[in-house]
Each structure stands twice: as C-alpha cells, then as structure tokens.
Write a protein that binds this ligand. Structure first.
Ligand code: AMP
Ligand code: MG
Length: 695
C-alpha cells in the first residue's frame, strides 16, 4: 500500500467545449477507487475535483492527484513575468488573466501578450483558432526569440515530451498548461495547507498535486486498447492503478525529487516499477493475528462471531484482466464503464414503415421510396419529407425518419403506404443511448458476473473486464478412521471432503483437493503446507476441538496463529480460525452436519469476501412451525428443516450431528436465536432455504 489512500489521475484538456455531443478528448479522471470518469469541460472538472477534495479532507483520506500537464515553465520565464522565480507567482498571474467559458477562452490572446515580454518572435507558438494574433506565430520555425530555453530539464530527460511553448497541434501540451494552472492556483488558494504541490513543496499535504505524463505507459495502454475503447479513459485508469500499486518505498523515492521552478514528471525514470505494479499486482495479505479474539472472550454468540469474522477478512486474490468469454462467475475488481452506447444509434423497434411525423390527420398516405432499411444494412440516402421507407426491427433510422408505424397497422402497395393517424412522433423507435450512454457505469465493482451481466458488459464494449483471479479453495479431511468412499476396507467414509468440494464448485471457486490426512502432526503439517502453496484459503474438517487426537488444533496453535472460536451454536461449536504460512484456514467440526452448517453460515460469506465479493447474508423466511420443541436459552440452534407443501417448517426427527441422511432430507435450516426457549406449533420461525445459500 502506498502512503496514499487514493490515487486520482486527470487527463486535462486545453480546448473549447462546443457542440452538443460530449467529446472523447475532453477531460477524463482515472482513480484507484473508481472507473474512469468523463468531464465534458474544465468547469465541470473543477467542480468535481473540489467536491472530491472536500470529501477527502472530511474523511482524513490522503490523495495523490496527478495532472498531465507541466506545472512550471523553463527557467527564467517566471522571473520575466513576475519578477520572482516562484512558479506559484506564474500560477496566480495566469489565474488572474485567463478567462475560461465553455464557449471560448482567451488563451491565444494571453500567449501573444506573454510573447511581447520577450525580444523577437516567440517563445509561444501555434494557434488552433481562426483569428490571427499578432505576436503569436502559427509555426514554430517562425520564432526568433531565444532568451528562454526551449525545454525544461525534465523534457531533456523525456525527449518525446512536447515543449510548453507549443499551443496547438496533435500531442501539444501548451494550451493545457495555460488553461490548467489557473484551476490548480484556485485549488491551492482555497484549500490552503491541505494541498501541497510536488516537486515545488515536500509531498506532505493531505492532497498532493503532481505532474504526470501518461505516455510513460504508452506500450501498456496500447496493449490494453480494444475496439471502441477511449484512449484517454484507458490511460488515466492504468496510470492511476500503476501509482496506486507501487510500493510505498518506491513512491517515496519518486516523490523525493525536488525542484523549485520548472517542475518534474512524477515516475520518470521509474517506469519499470510502474509497469511492474500493473503487470504483477501483489495480492493483499491478511495479518497473522486477524482471527484473534480479545482476551476473556469464551463462548461467542453467533452474531458476534459473524461480525468479528467480517472485519477480520479482506480479498486475498489479485485483480486481473479477464476476457469476457471466461468471465462468467467471476467477481469484478473494477467498475465496468461503457465505451459504447446502447443502442449505438436510433433504430426501429418493430417491422414497419419509417417517416418524419408531421401530420395529425386521421388517415395518412405516404409514397414509398425505393429500397429499405434493415439491421446492419443502412438505407442509402435520406427519406424526403412526406415519404416513407420500408424499415425492419433494429435498422438504424435513416436520415429523415423519426417515427415508425407498425406493419400490421398499414395497407401497402408497391408505391405507397396508408395508416390511421395521428401517430406520436418517435413511436416504435429506440433513441441512441436510451439503454445506456458512453461513460455510464454499467456494472459495479464486486458484482458476480452472471450471464445477463456478461451480455451487458459485451454491449458496453468491455471485451475484457478487470476481475479478481478465481479463489482457490483447498479442502482437507483429517482423521485416522477416514477412508475414501471407493475403499474396500472398513472405516468411516470421508463424507466431508466430497460435500465441501461440491460446495466449492457450486460457489464458483477453484477446488484444490488436499486429500485425507491421518491424525499425525507431520502428515497434517505436510498437507497444510501443500495447501498454503497451492490454495488461497483452506477448509479442513475434523480434529478441531481440544481432544488428544485433535492435531489440527494442536498444530495450528503451536505453529499457525490459531484462534479456536467456541461459538454458542448447535450443531457446530468449535470453529478454528488460523493463518497457516499466510493462508487463512477454517477448521470445521468433523461431524458432517456440523461441518455443513458452519460452512454455510461462516465459510460461505467469508469465502465471498476473500474472493473480492460481498459478505453474503442468507435468505431468511418466516414460516409457521409444524413442530413443537424446547431448547436451551443462550445458544443458537440450526436444525435441519424442510418447507412443507402447505408452507410450514418441519424439522428432521433426529438432531444427531452425524446423521447425514437428515442433511439430504432437508431443503433448509431453521435459525433459532439464543433467546428462544420454547417453540409451539404455529409459532413463526426463521427458515433459511438452501437455495438462499446458492445451493
Ligand atoms: P473430530 O472433530 O475429528 O473429533 O470428529 C468428530 C466426528 O466426526 C467423528 O465421529 C469423526 O469420525 C467424524 N468425522 C470427522 N471427519 C469426517 C469426515 N471427513 N467425514 C465423515 N465423518 C467425519
Ligand atoms: Mg478426528
């Protein structure tokens, strides 16, 4: 983890915001805590940044906030402009003079004015506007001014970077500087000491502004582009992830560079570390003592055990780029943001005839133009006013068509179509983007991808999503008495491992079969070692209480940071939680019924969180009891139960926790809380259907 809680990276824009449609090259903000965010102009971006900084300050969150334009000018510029070499004096000068409205701004004028400070023509050049400005040459080679260096020192170290003097042309950055520094000056003025500006100031503010140059990651960005992807969005997303992923030491090293006038590019010269942070993400690790109970805690109520477990764990798998065709069942590690709109263009919702609706007449007859519009086969040309065209479902509306009449409502000849009016304009059409627009977050981080979600991601242009690597779950049975179901010799058949393996598969995790270990410390140790090497989490059963042969407990206690949780729960009670060489271990009871109940109640939500998903609550239904029962107060009971045809809950005849037949008989559990003492026929009881556990 870096010393920052959040990394935000902004791809700035120097141009105007004209025209009705959002532009791809406007502002994009990437963040380690969010999907790339589109901002149509600087004004929107500044508002968003202010709100975001406010939130960070309120929550005590440290933020690294990068902008992709130089924070300073080559040596000598500040002195000539402001009579001091202080770069912030330049920021403030620009803040006073730059006018910025969505319709236009005065950057050409200001650049021309700045040029007049220096002898000769220049140093600013390039003019993307129609108006000529005296003192602002259109071509770089027309400049004669040579009092200032062409490049900052950092741009000598990064020869592909564009000099700040160039204001227009592909790749140029000069306009962004003129239009960006005023915004930074205002943030600095309004947030005071909470903001520090690297490398002019030490990076110890709660929010640190830094100059970035996304081209550092050009190759990776290129490899990550897919059809329809917006380059700026991909770029800020990756660069934010890279800075969020580098080690705290590496980032501190990058930030140790200081400069008092020209500025520097954060990460320059450390590209390998940034690339490594993206290509070899380090899976998070749980603390060794994460399962420890506070001293004095003995019999833990179920709800409290659940709450403790919930705070102890976090995802242990790394996010990886995952092609959609293998993404089913995987958990999203980042939001999916639409790079395509759905539908991409306005189109027909039915088969019929398309026309421009203008008439309120009760009967309308329109001549038909030749040809037709079908899905994927655009109509060639425009449909003249007062005409109609044959159109099929899904066809893009040809120019001149805003309404479609259903073919069943029409009388048609080869030359004309008639139907009853009036018809509302827009009838039977779908607007472009009416389902979702570009930039819309269609799926949130943490979502488990089901087939409908795969369809949505595909339609949104996400051929690859960022999903957590599948959680590998090791399953181990322990006990000298256990034999495989296929064995000829007598013994207790290992029922837990097939049961747990089936649950692991059902929940979409990757099974690692660790076999049966006899009650022998060396054998158990070897099995746990294998588990730690090949799995992300281990489920063991048996040997979890404190008896002589309970080697799992003994071993985990001496070598594995064990916490034996004595949970006030029937069936179940002992649940051992431990870390074995950095891998979490759930030591489940040996009795199959208890092992099953503890797995559903405790392991299922925990596995989901370890895998990057949400803590999962069971589905709870209130049903009238079809039985009567007394129970001990102070502990929770989870008898095996079944929903009867008339909607009541019945329980299995025997409560013996070795009775596997009762598990199979049941289609749910009852949840009888610690306060319950006596249940009478017809009382409402809480029924947890197996289906609600994903079974
Ligand atoms: P333990 O927790 O090892 O004392 O085991 C408690 C009871 O569960 C004993 O009767 C064991 O034989 C039984 N048991 C333990 N593991 C399994 C298993 N994998 N399959 C079936 N029964 C088991
Ligand atoms: Mg045993």
């Amino acid at each position: 983890m870096s010393a920052f809680d959040t990394v935000l990276m902004v791809d700035w824009s120097g141009g105007n915001d004209r025209g009705p449609t959002p532009k791809k090259d406007a502002i994009w903000i990437g963040g380690s805590d969010m999907a790339p965010l589109y901002q149509r102009n600087r004004h929107h971006a500044e508002t968003w940044l202010r709100a975001r900084i406010d939130r960070a300050l309120q929550q005590g969150e440290r933020v690294l906030l990068g902008f992709d334009f130089p924070f300073g000018y080559p040596k000598g510029f500040a002195q000539a402009l402001t009579k001091t070499s202080d770069p912030f004096a330049v920021w403030d000068w620009l803040e006073r003079r730059i006018e910025d409205l969505p319709e236009g701004n005065n950057r050409w004028e200001i650049a021309a004015e700045l040029n007049r400070l220096f002898p000769g023509v220049g140093p600013f050049w390039g003019n993307g506007g129609k108006t000529d400005w005296a003192d602002l040459p259109r071509k770089g080679r027309d400049r004669t001014s040579d009092t200032l260096p062409e490049r900052r020192s950092v741009e000598l170290a990064a020869p592909r970077a564009f000099p700040v003097w160039q204001l227009a042309g592909a790749g140029s950055v000069g306009s962004q500087v003129l239009m960006g520094l005023p915004v930074l000056a205002r943030l600095r003025r309004d947030f005071g000491a909470a903001i520090s500006v690297w490398p002019f100031q030490p990076p110890d503010g709660q929010v640190v502004l830094a100059e970035i140059w996304p081209s550092i990651l050009n190759d990776l960005v290129h490899a990550h582009m897919h059809p329809g992807a917006i380059r700026d969005a991909v770029q800020v997303d990756l660069i934010a992830a890279a800075f969020a992923g580098v080690s705290a030491d590496a980032l501190a090293e990058m930030l140790s560079h200081a400069d008092d006038e020209e500025g520097w590019i954060l990460g320059l010269g450390h590209e390998d570390l940034l690339i490594e942070a993206l290509t070899k993400p380090k899976p998070p690790v749980l603390a060794n003592d994460c399962f420890a109970l506070p001293p004095g805690v003995d019999w833990t109520p179920v709800a409290e055990a659940m709450a403790r477990l919930r705070t102890a764990i976090a995802p242990v798998v790394a996010p990886v780029a995952t092609p959609l065709d293998v993404a089913a069942g995987r958990i999203l590690a980042a939001d999916v943001v639409a790079t395509r709109a759905n539908p991409p263009a306005a189109n027909a919702a039915v088969d019929g005839y398309g026309f421009a609706q203008t008439s309120d007449a009760a009967e309308i007859t329109l001549p038909l133009v030749a040809g037709r519009a079908a899905a994927g086969q655009a109509f060639d040309g425009a449909v003249p006013a007062g005409h109609a065209v044959r159109i099929l479902t899904g066809a893009a509306l040809p120019q001149g068509v805003d309404t479609v009449v259903l073919e069943e409502d029409c009388a048609v000849t080869p030359l004309a179509v008639s139907f009853r009016g009036p018809i509302k304009r827009g009838s039977n059409t779908r607007a472009a983007g009416e389902d979702f627009a570009i930039g819309h977050t269609v799926l949130p981080r943490g979502a488990v991808l089901r087939s409908p979600d795969i369809a949505l991601a595909a339609a949104a242009g996400a051929g690859t999503v960022t999903a957590f690597a599948p959680l590998r779950v090791g399953v181990l049975s322990t006990g000298d008495e256990l034999v495989e179901a296929t064995a000829q010799d007598r013994g207790v058949v290992d029922a837990n491992r097939p049961m747990l393996s089936a649950l692991v598969a059902r929940w979409g995790y990757t099974l690692v079969d660790l076999g049966i270990a006899p009650d022998d410390p060396d054998a158990v140790r070897a099995a746990l070692d294998r588990g730690a090497d090949t799995a992300d989490v281990i489920l063991t059963s048996g040997g979890a209480s404190a008896g002589d042969e309970d080697h799992i407990s003994a071993l985990l206690r001496t070598e594995g940071h064990l916490t034996a949780w004595r949970i006030a729960l029937k069936p179940g009670r002992p649940l051992a939680m431990a870390m074995w060489r950095g891998t979490p271990v759930f030591g489940l009871p040996g009795n199959p019924v208890a092992a099953f109940v503890c797995t559903l109640l405790f392991a299922r939500p925990a596995l989901s969180v370890l895998a990057g998903g949400a803590w999962l609550e069971p589905l709870r239904l209130e049903l009238p009891a079809a039985f009567a029962k007394r129970k001990k107060a102070g502990r929770s009971e989870y008898p095996r139960a079944r929903q009867t045809a008339d909607g009541r809950a019945e329980v299995f005849t025997s409560e013996g926790s070795g009775r596997i037949s009762g598990l199979s008989w049941a289609n749910g559990l009852l949840e009888l809380g610690p306060e319950a003492r006596e249940i009478r026929q017809g009382d409402l009881v809480t029924f947890l259907p197996f289906a609600g556990f994903g079974l």
